[in-house]
Ligand binder design. Structure first.
Ligand SMILES: Cc1cc2nc3c(=O)[nH]c(=O)nc-3n(C[C@H](O)[C@H](O)[C@H](O)COP(=O)(O)O)c2cc1C
Length: 554
């Protein structure tokens, strides 16, 4: 571990905290003339339109999370289209006062959408006759071909370096890469924006994992790759001058039933990718730009070196998901994915039954082979400090869900000594849910105040702070673990969004909160734990002034 990198990323973390006395440095106003274009296009690159699939009633919602619910779909033009449609496509257009803006299946802080998606694939009938590297263009639901690859290079990439029998990836594998254009978020949020970009990567990762699961496929983060290798593979080796695009990660997507063991990209293939003649020029997103002290620096500091492994085996508890509604009464997986929206206001009235609350929380636990958390190669680092406001059958108060039950003693020792840590199971609570009541009481005022005064944190059924083990993972692995802690949080957020929809309520991610205020409430000292993301779930109030239009014409 490089000490200086770890201390510099901690310096960034501190510099990007919101405090009661002052917000993290940001522009303080919106420079509309410079608003970044939310759509990256590679001007001049050949386009492959993807046929837009129907949303449909099948597969059932559970298929997004439970292995074996649907047979693996063959790799075809329809299934490639489906994967991107259910993970990164537009979900609607909104219109108000002469302005129009698109919403997507994957949410984004401020709807600024810094995350870009890429595909590396072998030949697929109806998509490409040769292997390709392509960028996904969500506004068109199309692929922009950046390069065509030889069959040899594609085969070498898929098979990887074979170190032992069973290594490599099977036929029918595709790779999906994610990258971030930090400027899109920095335009509005200044120094804190690097964090938001990482949350958004996490949301997109979970969206991808759940979409893959709906096709009977599995998705794995290939985290042995360094940032430079990911950049080369995605055609981002030479970042743009003023709007750099940071390569974040590569995910292998392949038919379920094949046991993932190990995959390592051959250097020779990365070298070939780094020298590809790429088609298309990236469009400029804003006419002028503001330089923030930290945003590009944080990207450099956290760029993962080659080989460094986040390979602690995940503790995937073989828990079954408690269900409250019979599966037949739930809308299908894709209906829920495409109807997902953020609540802009909560009604302050709606309550959910305790059963539904437990089901929502249970879905955030990693389970053996289940999307989306099986994608991650590390043990869960994030637990949930929950403000219960309106859950029938549960006293309002502060609760804690230890997503890794092995960490309960350490968490308990780190927090206020007068917290009760009273387990809720088995009294109506599923036995596998490591949920504890810390303190009873009305938490609405506290939740609102900690979330930068936002009413949505108090007016829902519950809101929560995601508490990550922080100093330990950074010291053990390096500064590159910093974005990954936010990815884990974003993935939890995506699951909460979908679960809220499935429970008939609505969720909203909360990136604006007073970091140290949360730590003080919990009695946490130092940086062993840090609160990295907040979320709220409740009965939404729609804004009647907004008109909703279909995601795609025709
Ligand atoms: C990382 C992240 C942070 C967010 N923070 C806030 C917030 O502090 N307050 C808020 O009202 N909405 C917040 N949102 C919700 C976004 O504004 C919303 O996702 C975006 O406008 C897109 O709308 P949609 O979720 O309906 O697609 C956040 C979303 C994400 C993904």
């Amino acid at each position: 571990m490089d000490e200086s990198f770890a201390s510099r990323i901690i310096a960034y973390h501190e510099a990007s905290k919101h405090h009661f006395r002052a917000y993290a440095p940001g522009p303080g106003y919106l420079d509309w003339a410079n608003q970044p274009d939310p759509f990256r296009r590679y001007v001049g690159a050949p386009i492959i339109p993807l046929v837009r699939p129907e949303i449909g009633a099948e597969p059932p919602y559970e298929a997004g999370f439970t292995p074996g619910q649907v047979a693996p779909a063959p790799l075809t033009a329809a299934s490639v289209s489906r994967l991107f449609f259910d993970a990164l496509a537009l979900s609607a257009w909104k219109e108000y006062g002469g302005s129009r803006w698109a919403l997507r299946v994957n949410p984004s802080s401020g709807n600024l959408h810094p995350t870009e998606g890429y595909l590396i694939s072998g030949p697929v009938a109806g998509v490409c006759e040769t292997p390709i590297l392509a960028h996904y263009a969500p506004a068109e639901h199309a692929l922009e071909v950046r390069a065509r690859l030889s069959d040899r290079v594609w085969q070498d990439l898929r098979e990887g370096i074979v170190l032992a029998r069973g290594d490599g990836l099977p036929e029918g594998t595709i790779f999906v890469g994610l990258s971030s254009i930090h400027w899109r978020e920095a335009w509005k949020y200044g120094e804190r924006s690097f964090r938001y970009c990482q949350h958004d990567v996490g949301h997109a990762l979970a969206a991808l994992g759940i979409a893959a699961s709906g096709l009977g496929w599995e998705a794995r983060l290939l985290d042995g790759l360094g940032g430079d290798a990911v950049g080369a593979l995605l055609g981002l080796g030479a970042p743009g001058r003023v709007e750099p695009e940071q390569p974040d990660c590569l995910v292998a997507v392949y038919p379920r039933g094949w046991e993932f063991r190990r995959w390592q990209a051959p250097e020779s293939v990365i070298d070939i990718f780094s020298r590809l003649a790429l088609s298309g020029e990236p469009n400029l997103l804003s006419p002028t730009h503001v330089e923030w002290r930290w945003v590009d620096a944080a990207a450099d500091i956290t760029r993962k070196p080659a080989g460094g492994a986040s390979t602690t085996q995940p503790t995937t508890q073989p828990t079954t998901q408690p269900t409250t509604k019979s599966l037949s009464t739930l809308p299908g997986l894709r209906r829920i994915i495409h109807q997902r929206r953020s609540a802009v206001k909560m009604d302050g009235e709606t309550a959910i039954p305790a059963e539904a609350f437990y089901r929502i929380l249970a879905r955030t636990l990693p389970r053996a082979g289940a999307a989306p958390f099986a994608m991650l190669p590390w043990t869960p680092h994030v637990g949930l400090a929950i403000f219960v406001h309106r859950v029938d059958g549960l006293a309002p108060g502060l609760y804690f869900l230890a997503r890794d039950p092995a960490r309960v003693d350490a968490l308990r020792a780190a927090m206020k000594p007068d917290f009760a840590w009273a387990p809720l199971a088995p009294d109506g609570c599923p036995p596998e849910l490591p949920l504890y009541r810390l303190a009873a009481g009305d938490m609405r005022g506290v939740a609102r105040r900690l979330a930068c005064g936002q009413d949505i944190a108090a007016d829902g059924c519950f809101s929560l702070g995601m508490l990550a083990e922080f100093a330990g993972p950074l010291a053990e692995q390096g500064a590159w673990m910093y974005p990954r802690l936010f990815w884990e949080c974003g993935m939890i957020g995506q699951v909460l969004y979908l679960e809220a929809e499935a429970a008939g309520v609505r969720g909203t991610g909360i990136g604006c909160f007073f970091d140290d205020g949360v730590h003080e409430l919990l009695g946490l000292q130092g940086r062993t734990y840090q609160s990295l993301y907040h979320f709220t779930v409740g009965g939404p109030v729609d804004d009647p002034r907004l008109m909703t239009l279909p995601a795609y014409e025709g």
